[in-house]
Design a protein around this ligand. Structure first.
Ligand code: DGJ
Length: 725
């Protein structure tokens, strides 16, 4: 009875937001007349905009559908496009200077329509300045099944004569209902990427940002939750990210009354844009989602959205190959004979893709020289690369290669010929990072050079995989040759041309798989992951550190993008075994980086068995839904469970770290039970790895089994299969 009444109340409250009868009846976007505006629905959330009598577009609500009725009674709206102008009470999305030096904008509604953008319903709203020739169009693209909205804006100078200066233009501004909120974000540095951090959002502005083209310090991902709702698998969570690889910022502006405004987009620190008459500037997309399924729901929605809609379509549904990369084995000292010796053993263990890393190009004997000169080193490879590639192909493996196109060493033919092609200021030091400078890819001549030289490399050799590295941060971002009005646009123009370059290469060479790398995971974001198929998560291959790095990575990015190699590295002198290393690397895209010519027969045998097992579970890992069962940030253990969408099979990775006295605390006792998630409660499941014992799904999820791993730095992989009783 109670349920019925609530249901009627909910219908009534939705009905009072009258939809235009003939419009979008089964639509995720409806226009409403009382109040006038638009309601955008995903499976579990509503985003409501209203159009005021004064012709202002305001955001009235964004959150769970269930709370909309309650919220309706006390609508307090905020500008959908907060501008610099009038009272400075909010973080502005738009800050412009008009030709007469007026710095305030004042917007008024022009029109709105629902259209399809890349196959999805999208609300497009045009507003314009009340006086000056400036038009701002906001887009909201709806992905209902992921509970995700993509938001971005374009700004047009509709005048004929004068420039308008953009001093700041964010992609989106979102307002959450009043509450006490906690922020989860990621922090890190080289070798320690994707570390999860939690903090209360007190009054004031908390900013996450990049100013050096790197995401080591803060990848551009966040999750915000009401402070009271902090369960892993239940409770509200808003989560988001930016589809951008340049400098970016996300601000969390918390007011005393509990309201929270989140703004995100390009970081206009030391940047501006001259909007010439008739031209338009478009921001990158800001991705925002809402779930009632806690932090795990947030991770599952975002990673499924990336896996199913963002990754490049050509390889989106294909399993990523098991790769061997010779960097940890041979570093810069590469030659054909030695690479073929590695390739032979790699093939015997089951590797599918053989990759030669740094060191193959002319004069590259260490990191002091040769970046920029993308032709093969004939001293190391007198016959070129293709004869070696042919032999690797004949063994039955694809061949891949490392490049770092955006960089140049001063000791290179390219730099000697074009010292003006790098970022620099006159009279200022050209700071080197890893003995290299950064090419100014905003320049058309640099873009054309890179397109030409990389195309030649890919045309002349049967290369099926590119590892695209980026090893230094940006410094002295000067472009003295550009007109003065464009000099501060250089960072934005660089990223535009970087994307253009990758897109052009992918169009020319559609069969080449791309891996994103930046001294490890220094540039992982949706700008790259919409163009590259996978990412090197960290130069740190220590399996214990990797358990933390990978757990954080998987909060935001899908497992089929997370490249993980086993190597001889042991950062903490814990001497983890080879099986443990494999088990950690097998929870992503498996790779091997050892000097495998030194492996004993037993090691080769173990590698072969593990790679066979990986191929058995690869579809689950790469295309299944991940439940992070035990967090290493909370315990001295970790467990990851990947489950097929039809719930017929799953694989569970269990890792022990340092061992403490069992049962010494309530927490430790609790942690001795492993509970699975997402199974069919009424079905029976057999667990391979635990003597094929059969359990009911319900039991595995609610009662659980004893933690199966014994011993410090030991691990276990459980393969779970639906079965008859
Ligand atoms: C940094 C990368 O992260 C490493 O994997 C390796 O490719 C080196 N660069 C090569 O210089």
């Amino acid at each position: 009875m109670k349920i019925t009444i609530l249901y009627i109340a909910a219908i009534f409250s939705f009905a009072s937001l009258k939809a235009n009868a003939n419009q979008f009846s089964d639509s995720v976007i409806i226009s409403t007349s009382n109040p006038g505006g638009w309601m955008i629905s995903t499976n579990n959330s509503v985003y409501q905009l209203i159009l005021t009598k004064e012709n202002e577009v305001q955001q009235a609500y964004y959150g769970p559908k269930a709370q909309l009725a309650f919220h309706q009674k006390k609508i307090s709206a905020a500008d959908e496009i907060p501008v610099r102008g009038a009272f400075p009470t909010k973080t502005p999305l738009l800050e412009v200077v008009f030709p007469d030096n007026v710095r305030d904008a004042e917007l008024t509604f022009v029109n709105a329509e629902v259209l399809q953008v890349e196959g999805r319903q999208t609300l497009k709203i045009i507003q314009k300045d009340k006086y000056y020739p400036l038009e701002i169009t906001s887009f909201i693209r709806v992905l209902p099944e992921f509970d995700i909205l993509e938001k971005w804006v374009t700004v047009k100078n509709t005048g004929k004569k004068n420039n308008i200066k953009i001093e700041n233009l964010q992609s989106a501004s979102i307002h959450l209902p009043p509450d006490a909120y906690d922020l989860t974000h990621m922090a890190g540095e080289w070798g320690h990427e994707f570390q999860l951090r939690n903090t209360a959002l007190t009054e004031g502005v908390k900013t996450l940002q990049a100013r050096d083209f790197k995401s080591f310090a803060n990848p551009n991902w966040f999750m915000v939750r009401p402070a009271k709702e902090n369960e892993d698998i239940s409770g509200s969570a808003w989560f988001g990210t930016l589809q951008y690889s340049g400098n970016w910022r996300i601000d969390f502006d918390k007011a005393f009354n509990g309201k929270l405004q989140i703004t995100g987009g390009i970081n206009f620190w030391d940047t501006d844009w001259t909007l010439k008459p008739g031209t338009t500037f478009e921001t990158p997309r800001f991705i925002i989602g809402y779930t009632r399924s806690g932090s795990e729901g947030a991770a599952q929605h975002l990673t499924a959205y990336i896996r199913k809609t963002v990754l490049p379509a050509s390889f989106r549904d294909k399993p990523r190959p098991v790769l061997y990369n010779s960097w940890y084995a041979t570093a810069f000292n590469v030659n054909e004979e030695q690479q073929l010796a590695l390739a032979k053993i790699a093939k015997e263990t089951g590797v599918e893709l053989f990759v030669i890393d740094d060191g193959w190009f002319k004069g590259r004997n260490d990191d002091h020289a040769a970046l920029g000169d993308w032709t093969v080193d004939r001293q190391k490879f007198p016959n070129g690369l293709q004869p070696m590639i042919k032999k690797i192909n004949d063994m039955g493996m694809d061949f891949g290669i490392w490049v770092e196109p955006e960089m140049v060493n001063p000791n290179s033919d390219l730099y000697r010929a074009h010292p003006d092609w790098v970022f620099h200021f006159p009279n200022r030091t050209r700071h080197e990072g890893r003995h290299q400078l950064m090419l100014n890819l905003a320049r058309e001549d640099v873009y054309q050079y890179l397109l030409r030289s990389l195309s030649a490399l890919l045309q002349e050799n049967n290369i099926r995989f590119i590892k695209w590295d980026h090893n230094r941060t940006l410094s002295e971002p000067g472009w003295p040759d550009a007109p003065a009005s464009e000099q501060r646009e250089v960072r934005i123009r660089y990223i535009t041309n970087l994307y253009r370059l990758i897109d052009a290469l992918r169009a020319r060479f559609p069969n080449v798989l791309f891996e994103d790398c930046s001294s490890g995971g220094g540039r992982v974001d949706l700008g790259m992951l919409s163009r590259m198929d996978q990412a090197w998560a960290s130069d740190n291959t220590d399996p214990v550190d990797r358990i933390f790095i990978q757990y954080g990575y998987l909060s935001a990015f899908p497992a089929n993008t997370m490249v993980s190699w086993i190597t001889h590295e042991d950062w903490h002198s814990l001497k983890p075994g080879l099986a443990y290393k494999f088990d950690v690397a097998m929870s992503g895209v498996l790779g091997i980086g050892y000097d495998i010519t030194k492996w004993t027969d037993d090691e080769k045998k173990l590698a072969k068995t593990k790679i066979e097992q990986y191929k058995e579970i690869r579809d689950l890992v790469q295309f299944g839904t991940l439940h992070r069962l035990v967090s290493p940030f909370k315990d001295n253990k970790s467990a990851l469970q990947y489950i097929a969408e039809d719930r017929s099979s799953a694989v569970v990775f269990c890792y022990n770290m340092a061992e403490y006295l069992n049962g010494s605390t309530a927490q430790a006792q609790e942690a001795n039970i492993l509970k699975l998630r997402g199974l069919d409660p009424g079905a029976f499941y057999k667990i391979q790895g635990l003597n094929n014992v059969v359990y009911k799904g319900d039991f595995l999820m609610n009662i659980g089994i004893a933690w199966p791993v014994r011993g410090a730095y030991k691990s276990m992989i459980l393969q779970v299969q639906k079965t008859k009783q």
